[in-house]
Ligand binder design. Sequence first.
Ligand SMILES: Nc1ncnc2c1ncn2[C@@H]1O[C@H](COP(=O)(O)OP(=O)(O)OP(=O)(O)O)[C@@H](O)[C@H]1O
Length: 293
Amino acid sequence: MTILARAIEARRRYGDVLALDSVSLDIRAGELVGLLGPNGAGKSTLINLFVGLRRPTSGTVELFGGSPRDPVVRRGIGVTPQDTGLPESLRVGEVVDFVSAHFPDRVARGELLGRFGLDDLVKRQIGGLSGGQKRRLAVALAFAGRPKLVFLDEPTTGLDVEARRALWDGIAAFHEEGGTVLLTSHYLEEIEALAKRVVVVGHGRVLADDTVRAVRDIVSVRRVSLVADDLPELPGVLDVERADGRVNLVTTDPDRLVVELVRSGTPFSGLEIRPTTLEEAFLAITSKESAHV
Ligand SMILES: Nc1ncnc2c1ncn2[C@@H]1O[C@H](COP(=O)(O)OP(=O)(O)OP(=O)(O)O)[C@@H](O)[C@H]1O
């Protein structure tokens, strides 16, 4: 399958901060890829490299086989960054016309607004739109020039359920017609609604690149925390850490672990079970994997 965007060992530094650490990733034609990760993981930085806003400190980033810095190459993409400012005094229709005018092949204004549930707003001034309507318009504009590949950085942040659904419908329709999308999110649920492939990033690295289903299994791990001296061998433990007089066990099956713990007769107290963050889950798993190498 044709590779539309590619990062090869891309690294990006901002002063002392290593925002991306040797990321290699291919986006193939027709894919809808979710980029998942906590705040500061490097998602926006990766998008900025793909769309040519930033250069990698080292490594290579390609777009349609060329340089993302080349304006001709960039004409094939659509982008909605995390923050967008639209001119308050212009009408919705005027903004769509202005953006569309930059592209040789455009989606008709009514069709574009219709896809994102914005048809009734064509004559409204941007300044009078709700935050959710502005966000949906900002996302719709990424599709104005019939792009081959669209990058959406947290497209649904701040949207209510209905607006989010309208946006998902618009993105899904583009994808069903063969369009390729890379979108970022903090939530697996959001990516699950749209994408089959999910790339998890944390601390500037790709921690997993798999189906949504496989990643869901991985991130469903729990942290079982308790006070105990010696513990027997317990099932499904991915990581053990002792801190502040407590033992923290990262496990895929907390119920079974507790049953086995009680069954073993080991004295313990202060039992707590809580979800792990995405980052904790993946770091536990990656450290476990590296310990086996
Ligand atoms: N222009 C910049 N100057 C300095 N540091 C930056 C800059 N842009 C990003 N960073 C740092 O690089 C790291 C990655 O940031 P990035 O915005 O790519 O993460 P993110 O995954 O998109 O986060 P979020 O989910 O919060 O948007 C962070 O530590 C951030 O503070």
